[in-house]
Design a protein around this ligand. Structure first.
Ligand SMILES: Cc1cc2nc3c(=O)[nH]c(=O)nc-3n(C[C@H](O)[C@H](O)[C@H](O)COP(=O)(O)OP(=O)(O)OC[C@H]3O[C@@H](n4cnc5c(N)ncnc54)[C@H](O)[C@@H]3O)c2cc1C
Length: 277
């Protein structure tokens, strides 16, 4: 199938893009890498009157360390991160996640902002960035606002974007020297979307953790207390990981199928073991 007809604009800068988006009154779609929007256009799942191609906007390609965080423009590609063309404040965590997204051809064009905006619960950046404590900046003609990545995903394919807003940047806090990282996913085939993701940032020295269960039909589950570790986060967190508490959490999130819960808990356990290794 081919897309329904649409008009196409390639704005010269971010202000021009925002003006076009505002003027469209909701009938336009942004295209960045086109890796998710392309198939959706071809299948006619979306039929915008106008496509606004932001892929040439230099303002959205910047990547810089500012204070104790990395600020990545929305157009930074998965391959930019995989290849180390962006600074790394996560001690390799983001690079490893990027390298395992889809296939190289997808990673060359797919962008971090596009991945978040598409809001597929199975997307790697949603879970990984939520665990890393990242925030997104959204911009419209009215100004900018910022929110945690996990709050940006309202539901499956449902980002918290208002009309006229785009994702401008992702802010990733530096991973502390004592924080451990683990990331695991279960896919039917290498390069396919995951049907379970576990992302784990545990800092035993600070007795803190950010644990994410992703690739569920809702926004990711983010746990920032010690409930999955018997009430205490310490050096022995690997032994303290409580599979029954994780299972109960998934059940209370509405995952009724015990086999599905088992897969999610097993993948999360793998992430915890990786962090502790
Ligand atoms: C075969 C295949 C396998 C894949 N496997 C994986 C995988 O294993 N893991 C994974 O995480 N991803 C996977 N993906 C998705 C891929 O990572 C895409 O890069 C990503 O989903 C979309 O990024 P994009 O830049 O191509 O966005 P586009 O396709 O251009 O846009 C996607 C959506 O986001 C909107 N959008 C884009 N940029 C912005 C912005 N800055 N502000 C507001 N809205 C915006 C668009 O309007 C559209 O609705 C796969 C894709 C393919 C084709």
């Amino acid at each position: 199938m081919k897309p329904a007809p649409f008009a196409y604009e390639r704005p010269r800068d971010l202000d021009a893009a925002l003006s076009m988006l505002a003027a469209s009154g909701g009938s336009a779609k942004i295209i960045a890498g086109g890796q998710s929007l392309g198939p959706m256009l071809n299948l006619r799942l979306v039929q915008p009157e106008l496509i606004i191609d932001i892929s040439g906007l230099a303002e959205l390609k910047r990547a810089e360390v500012s204070g104790d965080e990395l600020v990545l423009g929305a157009l930074v590609t998965h391959a930019d991160i995989e290849d180390g063309r962006t600074a790394d404040v996560t001690r390799g965590a983001m690079r490893a996640v990027a390298a395992n997204i889809a296939y190289r051809a997808v990673r060359n064009r797919g962008t971090i902002g596009g991945s978040l905006s598409h809001a597929d619960p199975a997307a790697d950046w949603i879970s990984a960035l939520a665990a890393l404590g990242a925030r997104v900046t959204l911009r419209s003609l009215a100004g900018a606002r910022s929110m945690a990545v996990e709050a940006f995903v309202v539901g499956a394919l449902e980002p918290a974007l208002h009309a006229g807003e785009i994702v401008e940047a992702v802010h990733v806090p530096a991973r502390s020297a004592t924080a451990h990282w683990g990331y695991a996913k279960s896919c039917r085939k290498t390069g396919e979307f995951a049907h379970a993701i576990g992302a784990v940032l545990v800092d035993p020295a600070a007795a803190s953790a950010r644990i994410v269960i992703g690739a569920i039909d809702t926004p990711p589950i983010v746990v920032t207390n010690a409930e999955l570790f018997g009430g205490r986060i310490a050096a022995d967190y690997k032994q303290r990981f409580d599979v029954r508490a994780a299972d109960a959490l998934l059940a209370s999130a509405g995952i009724d199928d015990a086999a599905q819960r088992h897969i999610h808990v097993s993948v999360l356990r793998r992430a915890v073991l990786e962090a502790a290794a």
